[in-house]
Design a binder for this molecule. Structure first.
Ligand SMILES: Nc1ncnc2c1ncn2[C@@H]1O[C@H](COP(=O)(O)OP(=O)(O)O)[C@@H](O)[C@H]1O
Ligand SMILES: [Ca+2]
Length: 492
């Protein structure tokens, strides 16, 4: 006769079945109760009207969480065809029209029932700052045209304006640290380096400096219960396109109608127009009196000489503060890691120089040999997939970036490795737009939100483990019954 398994008594079977059903029910209720109902999203749209081009970003976040936890992410981006809105000074309506395609894309991406509640912002940066200095009424007309175009879409239009350099720098810093989840957790923050076409920004938290030394460079925030004292500065005219103008202006001032430019590849040659070169407040003061219409621009491909030209655009002698970067601008000691984005990334990524663990001298040597490569060879290798204008300027831009970081901001060969060249963080572009929207929609609270002591997954696991333990205890408590059942004769 077979031994009867004591576990097979009707009582234990019934208890087991009820127990399993109870556990499944308990876990299901716990999961359903705590799961966000349906993943419904809200949306926000920001247009970045930069000096070289405009880009549209669509952000989304779970509808029930818009007030606290850091869950905003980039859903979509669209690059407006053509140049930046400031280039339409002579025909403002076209600035508005240029945005149509991307705005239509936004209408498709954002679900129709959310259109009317989706905020839409346009922020313009250094290109419009310069146009505003140069020709106030042209800048106003561009804004009127842009405003009219944006209002014709079904979103909740919140206005178009020029950001100050401080705002541009600070919102870039907010974006980077928000996406890295550093703000909510009160971690050490990352500095932000943004290189545009017409201006460049540096923003970081430096603990041991006196903000009163230069109040115009300081911004204070209280975010998620932490206080931040941010140093930020925007150098107008030190974006890479305006710096190139300044470099050319400097070299053409010497007089000849042909300039041999060390920042361009050997064999590169083009004819440039004096008026269009000097058509910017960054250089207009330097225009030679009796310049011919055109000048010939030839490349020489010499990194060391190029660096000298670029260095001459930084004034590092005058400083009325305890410490300066350049042009008499206060800068506290650099601190912490830095994220460098926008043109910093485009240029260093093209040059294969994004790895900052490589020694700075090696980086310079690599760039020097790139600059010395004949223009024909460069074109043969890359012209099929890179715009010729960008391609011609990477040697200059790379040299400018290294010079700005070391001679301008005072990064050393030791601190260079604190910089990370980045394009995106967790799928969202690094740039000022996200920080701008978070601020305007009050999505980063000053105080830490009250959150449940456990994350959802932890809560469910604990409930499950406790339920299973209780169940085992129950089964074990029935054990005294078993010996009786097993007192069966064991002989066959
Ligand atoms: N693929 C690329 N390679 C090199 N440079 C690029 C690339 N894409 C964009 N850029 C440059 O990045 C810069 C972006 O600046 P932008 O945001 O338009 O100006 P700003 O921020 O000064 O208003 C411009 O100089 C533009 O030419
Ligand atoms: Ca920009």
């Amino acid at each position: 006769m077979k031994e009867k398994n004591p576990w097979y008594t009707p009582l234990t079977i019934i208890i087991t079945v009820i127990g399993v059903i109870a556990i499944v029910a308990l876990v299901t209720v716990a999961v359903l109760q705590n799961r966000p109902l349906l993943q419904k999203y809200k949306y926000g749209i920001v247009l970045d009207a930069g000096s070289s081009h405009t880009a549209l970003y669509i952000y989304q976040w779970p509808a029930e969480k818009d007030n606290n936890t850091g869950r905003v992410e980039q859903k979509h981006s669209c690059k407006v065809t053509g140049k930046g809105i400031s280039s339409y000074a002579a025909q403002p309506e076209k600035a508005g029209m240029s945005l149509t395609e991307c705005m239509q894309e936004a209408e498709m991406v954002v679900p129709a029932k959310r259109h009317s509640e989706t905020p839409l912002y346009l922020g313009a940066t250094a290109g419009m700052r310069l146009l505003n200095i140069e020709n106030r009424s042209a800048s106003d007309q561009v804004f009127q045209a842009v405003e009219k175009a944006l209002q014709s879409f079904p979103f909740s239009y919140q206005g178009a304006r020029i950001l100050s350099g401080q705002e541009e720098g600070a919102f870039g810093w907010v974006t980077v640290n928000y996406l890295d989840d550093r703000l909510k957790q009160g971690l050490e923050t990352t500095g932000a380096l943004d290189l545009g076409g017409a201006s460049t920004q540096i923003s970081f938290v430096s603990h041991d400096y006196d903000i009163s030394e230069s109040p115009s460079n300081s911004m204070t925030f209280r975010l998620y219960g932490n206080d931040y004292n941010l140093y930020t500065h925007s150098f107008l005219c030190y974006g890479k396109d305006q710096v190139l103008r300044m470099a050319l202006a400097k070299q053409t001032q010497l007089g000849p109608s042909t300039i041999l430019d060390p920042c361009f590849h050997p064999g590169y040659t083009t004819t440039r127009n004096y008026s269009s070169l000097y058509d910017s407040p960054c250089v207009s003061g330097r225009r030679p009196r009796e310049a011919p219409t055109n000048f010939s621009h030839k490349g020489e491909g010499n990194f060391t000489k190029c660096q000298e030209v670029v260095k001459s655009l930084f004034n590092t002698t005058a400083c009325k503060y305890s410490k300066c970067s350049f042009n008499g601008v206060f800068q506290p000691p650099l601190q912490g890691p830095f994220g460098a984005f926008s043109a910093y990334y485009y240029v260093m990524n093209f040059l294969n120089l994004t790895d900052t663990s490589i020694h700075l001298e090696t980086v310079k040597n690599n760039l020097a040999s790139y600059c010395a490569t004949p223009w024909n060879q460069i074109k043969q290798m890359h012209l099929s997939n890179v715009k010729e204008k960008y391609l011609a300027e990477y040697c200059f831009s790379g040299t400018y970036i290294l010079t700005l970081l070391t001679e301008g901001y005072n990064f050393t060969k030791e601190t260079y490795s604190n910089i990370k060249f980045i394009k995106k963080i967790k799928g969202s572009d690094a740039g000022w737009t996200l920080g701008y929207m978070l601020n305007l929609t009050n999505m980063i609270p000053a105080e830490a939100p009250d959150s449940p002591p456990l994350p959802h997954a932890g809560y469910v696991s604990i409930v499950t483990v406790i339920a299973v333990l209780l169940f085992i205890l129950l089964i074990l408590s029935l054990r005294p019954v078993w010996p009786r059942c097993s007192k069966q004769p064991q002989i066959v």
